[in-house]
Ligand binder design. Structure first.
Ligand code: ADE
Length: 234
């Protein structure tokens, strides 16, 4: 998979050299390229923002540098999905991660300030598929952290990135847990600071363990994320 990031803070993407994503880049499973948006800003100050039409606080990212950036980065090659992280996007979910993991190429356009001029995603849709996505109902200072979070959620789904692919099957939000939160997990020692691992997990009785885990996942979801239980698949 090829991953491109357009940003005014290329240094934000240093963590892509670490851990599983970094390893995947080293072994050639991923090709990562970070682009500084200011290379497409041509005035003396290389400015990328301006005041909003209609008034209001803050600054808006100008369309011209973004237009040139998208022409350059999206040009030619494999069809890509352009991801624009924004608090006004649709909610990024495990399902979105699964869908995006099927692309050979993703381009992340990271906005700052009050966002990118609305004509930019409109124009981008004439070039490629565009998804405007939010990490959650809170506001970050820009799209960089959101792009990193989405990248991690997507890349770990690619074949060969996680050593034991079975660890992907029974985790929070996965199909096999019917979109429940994951059950609590334990490791050795069986007794620690006066707290014992639930007896059932030491029993070796696989069917009973599976049943206990289902109940735990259900109870945890009911307590913390009751809205997940109301979802269609149930
Ligand atoms: N940019 C700023 N806030 C964001 C959020 N919550 N999700 C995605 N991108 C963002």
């Amino acid at each position: 998979m090829k991953l491109d990031y357009v940003t005014i803070f290329p240094d934000y993407f240093a963590p892509l050299t670490l851990s599983l994503v970094g390893k995947a880049a080293q072994t050639g499973l991923l090709e990562v390229q970070v682009h500084d948006l200011r290379q497409w800003a041509h005035d003396v100050h290389r400015s990328v923002d301006d005041t909003p039409f209609g008034g209001g606080a803050g600054m808006v990212m100008k369309p011209e540098p973004w237009g040139e950036a998208l022409d350059a980065v999206l040009g030619g090659e494999t069809p890509a999905c352009l991801v624009i992280p924004t608090p006004s996007g649709a909610l990024f979910s495990q399902r979105q991660a699964e869908e995006l993991a099927a692309y050979d190429r993703l381009v992340f356009a990271c906005g700052r300030y009050e966002g990118i001029d609305a004509r930019v995603p409109e124009y981008a849709r004439t070039l490629t598929e565009v998804r405007e996505l939010s990490l959650g109902d809170y506001v970050l200072n820009g799209g960089e952290v959101a792009a990193l979070a989405m990248t991690e959620a997507i890349v770990r789904l690619l074949p060969g990135v996680i050593g034991n692919p079975e660890s992907l099957t029974e985790e929070s939000h996965s199909e096999s847990l019917r979109h429940r939160l994951e059950y609590p997990v334990y490791t050795k020692p069986a007794s620690w600071r006066g707290r014992d691992v639930p007896e059932i997990l030491l029993s070796g009785h696989h069917a009973k363990i599976a049943e206990w885990r289902r109940e735990q996942a259900e109870a945890l979801t009911r307590e913390r994320r009751p809205e997940l239980l109301a979802r269609a698949e149930d």
